[in-house]
Design a protein around this ligand. Structure first.
Ligand SMILES: Cc1ncc(COP(=O)(O)O)c(C=O)c1O
Length: 406
């Protein structure tokens, strides 16, 4: 049972924005030029707007910063151990936001989601076996099998429906045909980076059924689950659907995207099956670094005390997504699909004029906007635009792109 309608006590995954709530100023984020940001360092000294790597320009929620200040005052930065109120905050947040009731014992703390899916590949059979995923996808999905001496099996997603409501979906026949008997793991990205899809219950059940039929593990990267913009497509944790699916699923989550704290290296796996969890923990032992105390303090505050901020952010990002859709509709040769979730828009530039589409990243960068290259996601001719920024920065970037094409 993934999702109930909101009640007074427990809001569900379709976020209802309450205009009475404290207002947060997403219009005037801190200036990140000359900060320690990888996103902004790439454009240092140039009049180029960075719309690439997936972090937002907004400061972390006040509740998160307050909790970190308090920890800093204590002054001792020793190795942390998970503490009850941290685990309670995560358990409570998942129940509140997705209607998913988990046991705190199922949580394995991690310094990052990427480490988590690399570990999942290590559990997938033996070297030489295969790992399947749906492409295009977040680039570290494409390298994790090779990192762990597994083969990568890619199944390209396909466009369904007609513009402007087209959406990227799994080609189930293709995926089933490509999964060989050696395919021991399916890595899923839900919500999906870069195509912005929040998978439906039917799609997830079909993916789960395939994994059961072929006796595959599933690693479900749900790092973007707190940022569902479309109230009609609530996030459904794959492992919440069915016990048979849950038994073979490693779910990966983190506060990092939703509350914009990716530099704090805090994430976690949720694994209900005790045997699978022990295998995962053993694989991590000695290979994966410890979590850091500031990240864990921030995690607790984010899940417990920053839901209002999250709902206000969603409202802001939803409007940003509309600005992107509107601007792209006026860019000849570029099209996009509606974003259910994430702050990422996936732009199809294959119809741009030849000299522009040869290297669309370089083309737009030369006109003052730095985007992510679709080639890294397995899809040449596409670009990913990060709209997790102030409306004025976004509008300026979109204006530059329109002018570049004109
Ligand atoms: C789907 C997905 N997984 C994982 C990550 C990164 O996770 P982490 O920084 O916790 O390793 C990202 C970052 O953009 C992402 O989009």
């Amino acid at each position: 049972m993934p999702c109930q309608m909101p009640t007074e006590q427990s809001q569900s995954c379709a976020p209802a924005y309450n205009p009475q709530m404290t207002s947060y100023d997403f219009d005037s984020p801190p200036d990140r030029r000359n900060s320690h940001s990888v996103k902004w360092q790439r454009v240092a000294g140039r009049d180029v707007l960075p719309m690439w790597v997936a972090d937002m320009d907004f400061a972390a929620p006040p509740a998160v910063l307050a909790a970190m200040r308090q920890e800093l005052e204590h002054g001792v930065m020793g190795y942390p151990a998970p503490w009850p109120s941290l685990l309670d905050a995560v358990v409570g947040g998942l129940q509140r936001d997705h209607g998913w009731r988990i046991d705190p014992d199922w949580i394995v703390l991690l310094p990052g989601v990427v480490s988590g899916f690399n570990l999942a590949c290590l559990l997938a059979g033996s070297p030489g076996d295969a790992v399947a995923t749906l492409t295009p996808v977040y680039p570290p999905f494409l390298s994790a099998p090779d990192n762990t001496r597994r083969q990568l099996i890619r199944s390209d997603m396909v466009l369904e429906g007609s513009a402007p409501a087209q959406r990227w979906v799994c080609n189930f026949d293709d995926l089933a045909a490509r999964c060989t008997p050696e395919t021991r793991l399916l890595i899923l990205c839900n919500p999906h980076n870069p195509v912005g899809r929040s998978y439906s219950r039917e799609e997830l059940l079909r993916l789960g059924a395939l994994a059961i039929e072929r006796d595959m593990l599933i690693c479900s990267d749900e790092i973007h689950c707190g940022l569902v913009l479309n109230p009609d497509t609530p996030h459904i944790p794959l492992a919440s659907l069915d016990d048979d699916i849950a038994r073979r699923t490693i779910t990966l989550m983190a506060p990092s995207k939703t509350w914009n704290i990716p530099g704090l290296s805090s994430a976690f796996a949720i694994i209900s099956d005790a045997k699978l969890r022990r295998r995962f923990e053993r694989a991590a032992d000695g290979l994966i670094p410890h979590t850091n105390v500031m990240g864990l303090v921030a995690t607790e505050a984010a899940y417990r005390d920053a839901n209002e901020w999250r709902l206000a952010l969603i409202e802001y990002l939803r409007a940003n997504a509309q600005h992107v859709a509107q601007a792209v509709s006026a860019m000849p040769g570029v099209c996009t699909t509606p974003v259910d979730a994430t702050y990422l828009a996936w732009l199809d530039c294959r119809e741009l004029a030849q000299e522009k589409k040869e290297n669309p990243v370089a083309f737009f960068e030369a006109h003052g906007v730095l985007l992510s290259d679709g080639r890294e996601f397995g899809a040449p001719g596409f670009l990913r635009l990060n709209f997790g920024c102030s409306r004025s920065t976004l509008d300026e970037a979109l204006k530059r792109m329109r002018q570049a094409i004109a």
